[in-house]
Design a binder for this molecule. Structure first.
Ligand code: ASP
Length: 363
């Protein structure tokens, strides 16, 4: 009979073949570790401040997951980012419902919340699910009650801006209902957003019509330990209760401390169907670079997209998906279905946006 210890020893042996050495003193965990790595954090294009903070915390010796969460907390608390946390665009009923997942490489931990209402920082609640419960995912009212029990204030997450955008969207939904659009209203309606709220580019991940957006942030420290977090308000105007890829471990986020970390932004349903984050990590396990692994996982999305309403005239997906990845050696990359996307990276004291690799040129 193979014991857990035998199994882990054998796995560590395979790691050694890849240039990794088993870690002494971590009996409980099947850790393999490279000698020294240059710490790197990557994130979606809205994550410049996040990667910078993440690396700062890691350089000060902080834990990789705490670092990534401190990074994304900046965006979650930012009322001007309407795709994440406070100020996120609401669902069909005008209620902000947030999704988030976290994974901690060294302890093989995972936690997530979905359809969480009233808490600005769902990533922290996801970490508490991991730390304080025997579960991985809490949803809806249960997630909210859990957050309340852990001391989080329950607040109104709708800003004046996101509420106005929702009011205008509701008015434009149909010209056969009783809501007046800005053009129709002649009695001085000031409840609309001042500028047109349609088609304005929110993030590189949106599909040009429905505002979307998310932040994913992954990090590796000098010891080769990895963590990741994904957090979002999801698809704007979604059906109440709709859950995207962000809180689904293996879809919007995946971390294997022996291999790497990956996460996504963009059309969540397509990422869930192809188990995106996990697919990227498995491709890296097979030897692909982070960029190639991201591209390969995007090709799966193309293959899985057969619904006519999701295809353009050339048979390509008519939506965006982006992947971001780091491997245990500190190599990193990002890729998108269409050209023009960028991702944030912080490495060697430099924080910048880089062009994502892509499958298709835009017309
Ligand atoms: N992935 C997110 C979701 O589907 C949205 C986005 O990143 O644009 O909920």
């Amino acid at each position: 009979m193979t014991t857990r210890r035998d199994f882990l020893r054998a796995t560590a042996g395979a790691g050694a073949a890849l240039g990794m050495v088993p870690v002494k003193g971590l009996e409980g965990f099947p850790a393999v570790r490279l000698q020294r790595v240059t710490p790197v954090a990557v994130a979606s294009g809205n994550g410049l401040a996040a990667v910078s903070r993440t690396i700062e915390v890691v350089q000060q010796g902080g834990d990789t997951l705490d670092a990534a969460i401190q990074g994304v907390n900046i965006v979650e608390r930012d009322p001007d980012d309407t795709s994440v946390g406070y100020g996120g665009l609401p669902n069909l009923d005008g209620v902000v419902q947030l999704d988030s997942s976290v994974m901690h490489g060294p302890t093989r931990g995972a936690g997530a919340v979905a359809s969480l209402e009233g808490v600005k920082t769902p990533s922290l609640v996801a970490r508490d699910v991991m730390r304080y419960t025997n579960h991985v995912l809490l949803v809806g009212p249960g997630a909210k009650e859990f957050a309340r029990s852990m001391g989080y204030p329950i607040e109104n997450l709708l800003t004046e801006e996101s509420r106005r955008r929702w009011v205008e969207w509701r008015a434009r939904l149909s010209d056969r209902d009783d809501y007046l659009t800005p053009e129709q209203s002649i009695h001085g309606a000031t409840g609309f957003r001042s500028e047109a709220s349609y088609g304005d580019a929110l993030l590189d991940s949106h599909d040009g019509v429905r505002p979307q957006g998310t932040i994913n942030c992954n990090v590796v420290n000098a010891d080769g330990d990895l963590s990741g977090v994904t957090t979002t308000s999801g698809l704007a105007w979604k059906i109440p209760g709709r859950v995207g890829d962000s809180p689904i471990v293996g879809a919007g986020l995946y971390v294997d401390n022996d291999v790497g970390a990956a996460g996504s932004t963009g059309r969540g349903e397509s990422v869930i169907k192809t188990v995106g984050g996990h697919t990227v990590v498995e491709m890296m396990r097979g030897g692909m670079s982070p960029t190639d692994a991201c591209l390969e996982a995007l090709k799966r999305i193309v293959t899985f997209t057969v619904e006519p309403y999701l295809l353009d005239e050339e048979g390509r997906p008519n939506f965006g998906v982006n992947y971001y990845a780091i491997n245990k050696k500190g190599e990193f990359g990002g890729a998108a279905i269409f050209a023009g996307a960028r991702f944030a990276v912080s490495v060697d004291g430099d924080t910048r946006l880089e062009d994502s690799a892509y499958l298709f040129e835009r017309d």
